[in-house]
Design a protein around this ligand. Structure first.
Ligand SMILES: [Zn+2]
Ligand SMILES: [Zn+2]
Length: 637
């Protein structure tokens, strides 16, 4: 929930507020008589012409200018009519689309609660022959335009390259009266394919945090447009303050030799695994670094003060006592984070100090509470992602949901770090496409205010990545968006004639995983029980059919082939494992799989080599020539 002053959501129900939506899309203006027009059944455009113009304030910010331009561009593509953009200094006319707050509201007789709209909420309203699209700054008005284009006029932005823009000769003025405020204040789908400011804004995503870190790490500038002033900016993490920041803030290289007491006491010895959270000098150094970061990066809003990525927290007397009293490793950590947050809250009231509730710090403390400018980012890394978190399919999922519910009671700024890919095998088919919405609805129901969905962020062409990014985008904006509709529309746009076959493939892997008590984590192996040789053989046959269906469409065929790498990879890797047993000990299924892997080898390798996939696991570039050589040797080719 976004609130205008950027503070907590106050525990109010996090839910999309939509009032009296009355969209008369498709009613048609065919053969509109002049008499009908006088009755108010106006057309925004008819036969490539329009009486309407787009009005913005003469003092409009960049995001409102961009909103007007986007509306102009897409209305032209939908109807053929180009509506002029004018400022509110021009005399009023009856037929206007008012984009953003302007002096027109003085005479309109429409009361707008700008404060309640926050930074991203908006109103769509038809007033006589005028259409009002106006929201809170900086992103509300722009999002209102995208709501109109997407939800009312049928545009879709599936990927940065693939969009759907319907074309009509008559576009009736929709009769609208609705107000929307997003469920989540922070929405990020963290995949390489979605690192595009225009695509993110059009899908009403506002997170660019992880990307900044990634680019910083790789020392590269954005390859694609970022979320910038046109898009109303973003919820941005400070560079160097994204996640696991302990060692960046108090560097063990710099301090461990001279101040071992700054670091974790483990079995009686100081080790640079984590910081000692109760050490006064550590608190002072962290406060200094966070404050300096906030000062140096005015555009960034979130600064992470979070544990290193290991399970070895400090066990000194003070840390251990706090952890014991609070019945959680979060005790000493929150002690540190709260003090640092308190030190910056007056000087930087709009900025947030974030920390991870992750592994040893996942459970909420018994009595301590995060300060209002602290975000707790709760991570579900231990869970099964073949079944919804709320299914309670295994103990890890039950425990996570218990922690989520407990945090929901004590934290007004609860964000989630969720996982959507297999980090040991980026190509591994993960039966998680049907549960993304279930999990996001679970978060919403537990007052979660922000969601970071970690996907494949360091290479193109991982498993079904573009579909996943689109689904996540839809559900993060509206947790009740219809999954079947989103999937069907995406598959149609992405795979063309092959879409129904790809849907059958998705059904195959999901149906199997749903029916089996097979749990799949984020480091599953190619031999995981959710991918049996029989299922892979069936999947391979479906991909044959998909290729055959798409053969006349070179673009769709290329996408089918690149997506198929996922199944080819697992077939190859399972066959590679089977080859390690002696021939006489292999069963019929293993023999069949080895034969299939050998048959697919040349085609798989051809696609693999020309694809934009650069990694098959997190953190490590793949040497494609070497992969081919060793796979050929292992398969006896
Ligand atoms: Zn300690
Ligand atoms: Zn499970």
């Amino acid at each position: 929930m976004v609130s205008a002053n950027g503070t907590s959501n106050g525990g109010r129900l996090n839910w999309m507020i939509a009032v009296a939506a009355l969209a008369l899309w498709g009613a048609g203006c065919a053969h509109v008589e002049k008499a009908d027009v006088r009755k108010g059944e106006a057309c925004l455009a008819d036969g490539g012409r329009s009486d309407y113009r787009i009005v913005i304030s003469a003092k409009a910010p960049p995001s409102t200018h961009h909103a007007a331009q986007e509306l102009q561009t897409y209305l032209k593509r939908i109807t053929g009519a180009r509506l002029p953009i004018v400022t509110d200094t021009e005399p009023e006319r009856a037929r206007e689309i008012l984009v953003g707050r302007s002096s027109r509201f003085d005479s309109l007789g429409v009361a707008m609660d700008w404060f309640a709209l926050g930074k991203e909420g908006y109103v769509l309203r038809t007033v006589g022959e005028r259409l009002v699209i106006a929201g809170g700054e900086p992103r509300g008005t722009l999002y209102g335009v995208y709501d109109l284009l997407e939800d009312k006029f049928g545009c879709r932005w599936f990927t940065p390259e693939i969009e759907r823009v319907p074309q009509v000769s008559q576009l009736p003025l929709p009769r609208l009266d609705e107000r929307k405020v997003p469920v989540f204040e922070y929405r990020e789908t963290y995949t390489w394919e979605s690192f595009d400011g225009n695509w993110m804004a059009r899908n009403r995503l506002n997170g660019a945090g992880g990307r900044g870190r990634l680019l910083e790490k790789q020392n590269i500038r954005p390859p694609m447009p970022e979320l910038d002033a046109r898009h109303g900016g973003s919820v941005r993490f400070g560079f160097g303050f994204f996640v696991h920041t302990f060692d960046k803030i108090v560097s063990s290289n710099q301090y461990f030799a001279v101040h071992p007491e700054y670091f974790a006491l483990r079995s009686g010895k100081r080790k640079p695994t984590q910081l000692c959270c109760t050490n006064k000098d550590v608190i002072r150094l962290c406060a200094k670094a966070i404050r300096a970061g906030m000062k140096a990066q005015p555009e960034a809003t979130v600064f992470s003060l979070s544990q290193s990525d290991n399970k070895e927290p400090c066990e000194c007397d003070q840390c251990a006592a706090l952890a014991k009293a609070e019945e959680s490793g979060m005790g000493p950590l929150l002690h540190l984070v709260n003090r640092v947050a308190e030190g910056v809250e007056k000087e930087f009231p709009d900025k947030i100090v974030e920390t991870l509730a992750y592994q040893w710090s996942r459970q909420p403390p018994k009595t301590m509470r995060p300060r209002p400018n602290v975000v707790i980012r709760l991570a579900d890394i231990e869970c099964c992602f073949a079944h919804p978190l709320a299914s309670g399919c295994q103990e890890a999922n039950k425990k996570f949901v218990a922690d989520l519910q407990a945090w929901a009671k004590v934290c007004n700024r609860l964000w989630i770090w969720d996982y959507t890919t297999d980090y040991a095998h980026y190509l591994l088919p993960l039966p998680n496409k049907r549960l993304i919405d279930d999990n996001i609805r679970l978060f919403a129901a537990n007052h979660v205010a922000g969601v970071f969905e970690q996907g494949t962020y360091d290479t193109f062409d991982s498993e079904m990545v573009a579909l996943k990014a689109y689904l996540i985008a839809k559900f993060l904006w509206n947790p009740n968006y219809e999954e079947a509709l989103a999937t069907r529309e995406f598959l149609d746009a992405y795979y063309g004639a092959a879409a129904p076959v790809i849907q059958r493939y998705l059904d195959l892997i999901h149906d199997y995983a749903e029916k089996q008590p097979v749990h799949v984590g984020i480091y599953a192996k190619p031999t995981s029980a959710h991918l049996t040789p029989e299922l892979l053989t069936q999947a391979s046959t479906l991909w044959d059919q998909a290729e055959a269906t798409a053969r006349k469409d070179a673009v769709a065929l290329d996408r089918v082939r690149r997506s198929r790498m996922s199944v080819d990879y697992v077939i190859a890797e399972q066959a590679r494992t089977a080859m390690k047993t002696t021939d006489s000990k292999r069963n019929a299924q293993q023999r069949e799989l080895i034969a299939l892997a050998r048959k697919r080898f040349a085609t798989f390798m051809q696609t693999f080599e020309r694809s934009k996939l650069t990694r098959i696991r997190e953190w490590k570039d793949v040497d494609k020539a070497d992969y081919r050589k060793t796979l050929a040797a292992d398969l006896g080719i």
